[in-house]
Design a protein around this ligand. Structure first.
Ligand SMILES: *Cc1c(COP(=O)(O)O)cnc(C)c1O
Length: 368
């Protein structure tokens, strides 16, 4: 990696045009609603600054998990509002929030106390989070009115947005989703907040955009769809979004083995016929999941080929016996436009979100 030169061609291509296309598609779907682009965890592994720069003129605000991620955005010259989705971890962060227009989520008492006792040169906009059933962060519904009033009266506080987060929005028609939505609407009515509200994530944008249109100006918090993935395959056809990341690695060796021989650590795959095996320069040390089972597809020269043998740290092995022609140096797509990361995730018993965020720093992100 010295001087940014990489001799190994294993890389994650990040398609800036696809980011912009997806953002526009989401904005269209969101209609009157505002869109907060969630770029936490290095923009779901795509590269924080690359993503922020591509999306800066497309979306209305950004969301990150904590202040360090937000400060990287400000250092890079991004001036859009940035929401800290986990809020502050100490009161020391508040003057920094005020200075850089970072908007913390206020989800529990110590954060409220810090805000009430701080001396800030200018007020910070805050996001008041209510727990409607995910039971991870947020105030119990019965406390929201009191917290809201304390915030309203505090000179350190500017605009207040009421927010909550769904537990099962990816699952069509889950009963908890409706219950959470109803509870949230009741709380909005109680606090008389009509404009600054935010409930929906990517999946909710796709399932409930129509029903939510009564809440004018709602903030949609979208992460995964920006990167071109439906939150789950249930939503695959609803938006014309394009995968942004293409994970690529070269074939570095080829061999033919007789029937009966096995391949890889633990000999988990055995040839049932004479087989052509391609070795590809990517492994779990790069974030390709070790949990991927035999049969997991890779995409070579326009065709799929199945994983044959256990994923090792730097390499995988693939059965290319049925492919027309594979040569050393051929580039293989592990996921991207031709192979959905959600599909690969299923082979590894996980979700696309995890695979994207786990591509390791060893793999250069190359903006194209
Ligand atoms: C990560 C996150 C999102 C984005 O979720 P997607 O499913 O990627 O759209 C939205 N809201 C909160 C609070 C989050 O933490």
């Amino acid at each position: 990696m010295a001087n940014g030169i990489h001799f190994r061609s294993t890389r994650a291509e990040i398609n800036r045009d696809a980011l912009v296309h997806n953002a526009r598609e989401i904005k269209t779907q969101a209609g009157d609603h505002r869109v907060l682009g969630v770029i936490k965890a290095d923009a779901y592994g795509h590269g924080l600054i690359t993503a922020a720069q591509a999306l800066d003129s497309e979306l209305d605000a950004f969301g990150v998990a904590f202040i360090d991620e937000a400060l990287r955005l400000r250092e890079a010259g991004i001036i859009k509002p940035v929401v800290l989705l986990e809020g502050i971890l100490s009161g020391e962060e508040l003057p920094i929030c005020a200075h850089y227009n970072l908007q913390p989520v206020i989800h529990q008492q110590s954060q409220l106390d810090a805000l009430l006792t701080a001396r800030l040169v200018r007020p910070v906009a805050v996001w008041l989070k209510v727990d409607t059933g995910l039971h991870r962060l947020g105030w119990p519904p019965e406390q929201v009115k009191s917290v809201y009033q304390q915030l309203r009266q505090c000179p350190n506080v500017g605009a207040i947005t009421l927010m909550s987060h769904y537990a099962n929005s990816g699952d069509h028609g889950h009963p908890l989703t409706q219950a959470q939505q109803k509870l949230f609407e009741d709380i909005c009515a109680m606090t008389e907040i009509t404009v600054n509200v935010s409930m929906a994530n990517s999946a909710a944008l796709l399932t409930t955009a129509v029903e939510l249109s009564s809440m004018n100006g709602e903030w949609m918090r979208t992460g995964i769809t920006i990167y071109g993935l439906p939150p789950s395959e249930d939503f695959a056809s609803q938006l014309s979004i394009q995968p942004v990341m293409r994970l690529i690695a070269p074939v570095i060796a080829l061999r033919t083995i007789p029937a009966g021989e096995s391949v890889g650590y633990g000999s988990t795959w055995t040839a049932t016929r004479e087989s052509r095996i391609a070795t590809i320069a990517i492994g779990y040390g790069d974030g390709y999941p070790r949990h991927c089972k035999n049969g997991t597809p890779v995409f070579i020269n326009g065709q799929r080929a199945p994983l044959a043998g256990t994923v090792s740290m730097d390499m995988i092995t693939v059965d290319v016996t049925d492919l027309d022609k594979v040569e050393e140096g051929d580039e293989v797509e592990l996921w991207g436009p031709n192979l959905s990361v959600n599909e690969i995730a299923k082979w590894a018993d996980t979700i696309g979100y995890e695979l994207l965020t786990r591509v390791s720093p060893r793999v250069p992100r190359v903006a194209v």
